[in-house]
Ligand binder design. Sequence first.
Ligand SMILES: [Zn+2]
Length: 352
Amino acid sequence: MSSRVGRVVVTLMILAGSAPATGFAQDLADLRDFDAEIEAALRSAKRAAGFEFLGTLNRICLLPASGRVNTSDNVPRYVRDPSTVPARAVWYAEPAKVFDNLYFVGGKIHTSWALTTSEGIIIIDTTYPYNSEELIIGGLERLGLDPGDIRYVVISHAHGDHIGGAQILQEKYGARVVMGRADWDLVETYPNRYSSMAPERDIVATDGMELTLGNTTLTIWETPGHTPGTLSYTFTVFDDGRPVNVAYSGGTAFNFVNSTPDPGIENFQSYIDAQQHIADRAAATGASVILSNHSEFDNAVNRNRMLAGRGDGPHPYELGEDWVQRYFQVMQGCARAAQLRLEQERAEAGVL
Ligand SMILES: [Zn+2]
């Protein structure tokens, strides 16, 4: 029986006042075939992923989610004891010019992007504090760009692998830093956790905010889920003068509480709704490129290699609008499957 039919039947029973509350719950558990619903959600995610988005599928559909929120305020080990920083070979990747106005200045695992404009550079995400100077500042220089031109630093969310270089870039170049309100609050709440990577509170992003620098506008979309303040973006790049629209997904893994029905079910709903929001904006702008802040999800490092051997072939980042939509279907399908497991748990526990 479909979940919709199940809900209708239960709703009718509630309206009719035909059974005590625990009876409803038992009925709900009996009426719905949760295993089939979960299987269908997983199948939809797998089908959407194809061979293109296996990293994302693997991370959020197949591997176990953490189910915890970090509430400790400890100085990260890699800040406290630099000898624990992973070896350079683990994270270093070559910088690359990807589009006329978009440059990859990230690492093998965590990515950072430089969007160049007529009035300076917008940096999107900043890797860790221990590698952002080499990857971003060094990368820009190796690509013939001037880090002194950095005007804005846009942080998708306040985790150490993306906010790591924001303080450095703000202090060194006076760059304005943009982040979601809830994630600015995180930085202030946990001063030790963010030591060496806490930019001064600056621009608070809001949904639909347009960040314009010279001839370029990056539009910011609030996509809460991965963190409460996670941001995603849409913007236009150029491939030898031809405009190409990009959707940037700012948070992926299920890092919120997801091990208990309450508030897990609600948290997953925020995540699913947020993915629909950015999917809609991607469709409205005709986005044919999907970028993320992890190479595991957008295959940036492999695509950079393909780009080097592109010749007159298609641009390896340009997947088409349909694939961009499929990316968000993977995220939604995986989140729905996980949400259904919590709904099942709640129904079987006899609580509506
Ligand atoms: Zn994160």
